[in-house]
Design a protein around this ligand. Structure first.
Ligand SMILES: Nc1ncnc2c1ncn2[C@@H]1O[C@H](COP(=O)(O)OP(=O)(O)O)[C@@H](O)[C@H]1O
Ligand SMILES: [Mg+2]
Length: 383
């Protein structure tokens, strides 16, 4: 850990709890702005720990260790939702600035708390209920038809912790309390990404479409094709309103269901740079990672404007090849316009190990080229 005395006068220092790929990409943006980024990792092989010199290894439940780390930075921010609420509360109680705050984070960490809070501001949502036993589940099921969606309120990601419930027999298999929702017949999923600072400055990125397979996002299309301007503006306004109401500082991603005719419905919230915003690294004037850092440091935010008419991001999901190198040679040689971002993570089936951005004008062409590259890297195709 570099002591402050080794840093140029006035250097701003940000500490990140968790050292996954989001912290790793924050480090790229921090480097460009002269911000010193420190990460609190679980292991020296974590994605960000591989590239950040000021890495502390410890457990996020070790209050003393996290507090000692936090005392060396100007502000603490987060790489993921799984940082224990007690840890965040302990830091705040001891005078550490944490953005997003533990109060705001609760609505990203707990889907039932999010539903309850968003009901208070009448945000459009699927019908939902937090139920504590199968009798209460049956009562909810009587008000909406099967199939239903059941979600574990905390701890899920990439579709883990989300189940389709086809009939009442399945209620006995659930772990309670569980969040039940009507299964929305959506046409597609969208994401609204905004960034807000303590000064109450906020910017909204263009609304994007998130194409999914088996509960995992495979491609992001920016801007969302064929989304009427007024609906896009409504979605941006909704995300800005949620950010202000919940006092979110930093990036807020609002995952939305596009039902075609009716309102856009809120699925869930994330309060950190989000997969649906990775395209901004190569397709917007200011990336979500840079704007997140600017926000938590209360610096003026950068422009969210796109730098090309269309941008596609494709997630590289781990496949059968443990080694991405050979596939990478092929992809880089075949398409010199690809912007590849790898996370330094071990390849495991369906694990997000990187992403690729492509900017241009012809969306279908961009999608084909991205799909080829991500399929090749996953080992699904070999030519
Ligand atoms: N109420 C719902 N109706 C229909 N599909 C849903 C509903 N809730 C979630 N899903 C589907 O499951 C996916 C994962 O759910 P989500 O709550 O976003 O969990 P995760 O935290 O794993 O991203 C969503 O992207 C969507 O495709
Ligand atoms: Mg989700």
């Amino acid at each position: 850990m570099h002591p402050r005395t080794e840093l140029p006068a006035g250097t701003l220092v940000v500490g990140v709890l968790g050292a996954g790929q989001l912290a790793r990409m924050m480090a790229e943006a921090a480097s460009a702005l002269g911000i010193q980024l420190r990460v609190f990792a679980q292991s020296t092989s974590d994605s960000a720990a591989l590239v950040v010199a000021d890495t502390t290894v410890g457990e996020l439940t070790d209050l003393a260790a996290v507090f000692k780390f936090a005392q060396t930075v100007d502000v603490i921010t987060l790489d993921h939702e799984l940082v224990p609420a007690e840890t965040l509360a302990h830091l705040t109680a001891n005078g550490i600035i944490v953005f997003p705050t533990s109060a705001a984070m609760e609505f990203a960490a707990d889907k039932a708390a999010m539903r309850a809070r968003l009901s208070q501001i009448s945000a459009p949502m699927p019908k939902w209920s937090l139920v504590s036993n199968s009798a209460a589940a049956a009562e909810f099921a009587a008000s909406v038809s099967f199939p239903l969606i059941a979600k574990s309120p905390r701890g899920g990601y990439d579709g883990r912790g989300v189940w389709v419930i086809h009939d009442a027999h399945e209620f006995s298999d659930l772990t309670y309390p569980v969040l039940l929702e009507e299964k929305v017949q959506f046409q597609r999923e969208l994401s609204a990404l905004v960034v807000r600072s303590p000064h109450n400055q906020a910017v909204a990125y263009p609304i994007v479409e998130t194409a999914q397979q088996d509960g995992i996002c495979t491609q992001v299309l920016a801007p969302a094709p064929n989304l009427p301007t007024d609906r896009a503006a409504q979605a941006q306004q909704l995300a800005l309103q949620i950010a202000a109401e919940l006092d979110v500082i930093g990036v807020l991603a609002v995952e939305l269901f596009d039902t075609g005719s009716g309102a856009l419905l809120v699925n869930e919230l994330a309060m950190r740079p989000h997969n649906s915003g990775h395209w901004t690294q190569d397709g917007a004037i200011t990336s979500q990672f840079e704007n997140h850092l600017r926000a938590v440091l209360d610096l003026p935010l950068g422009s969210p404007t796109m730098t090309a008419p269309a941008v596609v991001m494709g997630n590289i999901l781990g496949g059968s090849h443990p080694d991405l190198h050979r596939g990478l040679l092929h992809c880089l040689a075949r398409d010199p316009e690809l912007k590849v971002h790898l996370y330094g993570k071990q390849v495991k089936p369906n694990r997000k190990v990187g992403h690729i951005n492509l900017v241009g004008t012809d969306l279908a062409d961009l999608r084909d080229r991205i799909a080829h590259a991500t399929d090749f890297l996953a080992g699904k195709i070999d030519e």
